[in-house]
Write a protein that binds this ligand. Sequence first.
Ligand code: SF4
Length: 353
Amino acid sequence: MREAKQDIAEFELNELETELAALGVQPFHARQLYRWVHNRGLEHFEGMTDLSQSLRVQLNQTFKFSTPQISARRISNDGTEKFLFTLADGKTIESVFIPDTPAMTFCISTQAGCAMRCRFCLTGQMGLTRHLTAGEIAGQVRVLVRELGLQNRRFNLVLMGMGEPLHNYDATMKSLRMIAAPEGLAITPRRVTLSTVGILPGLKRLASERWVPNLAVSLHATTDKVRHALIPTSRNQRLADLIDACREFPIKHRERITFEYVLLAGVNDTTADANRLATLLQDLRAKVNLIPLNEASGIPFSRPSNQQVNRFAQLVASSGLVVSVRKSRGRDIRAACGQLIIKDDCSTQPLNN
Ligand code: SF4
């Protein structure tokens, strides 16, 4: 029985060379092929004009494209654009393009849904549908770069969409190598930020990688009790161990680990919390990103007042830490942090709406 065709976009360059060699094709064609797929975002072999016609036919008989397809897009009043992607098996995910942060930024998903169940996050309420493949994670970037005409522009990439990247470790890291390849989009690690709740084994693995992205750790609490309540899957680990793992994480010269802290009124925004946060991070190369909650129906918390947010920020900053307050982007189209969720109001929007 003939084997099912494999998705050409699931191969790294060295894997593609091996695949071509097995077909009796000169491995140097892998670079041309990789460029068409990962840099130019082509989804058919016919257009690969620097490959011979017979090779294009052979490739078409052997491989397929399972590129995520944009099935809806919505633009916010502030220019943020949210994309609904449909995967080959019909599952859906969301990605966000933020045009001026100050560089352009793509926020992409690593899973359909998320198993972490953070109580302030709509994606967490969906639960995990499935992990994405490396080709699907990288595919969001390929397609967005092509659709927005950004092939020769610099942009940042944040793994902060749906999912916990370290819960889908191998596919996430493979996707980053694919995107970073010079024949692909050649994105350097300093332009990529991986955001995680801090799964300790994953964090330790990440620390030993050759290609290490910037790290953003979702802290959200200053005591184990509150953190375990907000992030139920963190119950088997202590804050102190997470901070130790961060202390050992390799940080490049002049860089810092970002600690994300969603501010929930009356839950984690007290003076005692601000002081504990400053103490927890005092000997780390850290910056704190405060995220006032994006309120939504179904989320059992409320956003602190602007006055309370400022007071909290000033208290933490007075300890010498670098502190920023995240400006909410794309709230009107539910593209802001913690608001990515597959619901009918996005999936029924026609393209370019
Ligand atoms: S905040 Fe991130 S890790 Fe937590 S449930 Fe939402 S997507 Fe998952």
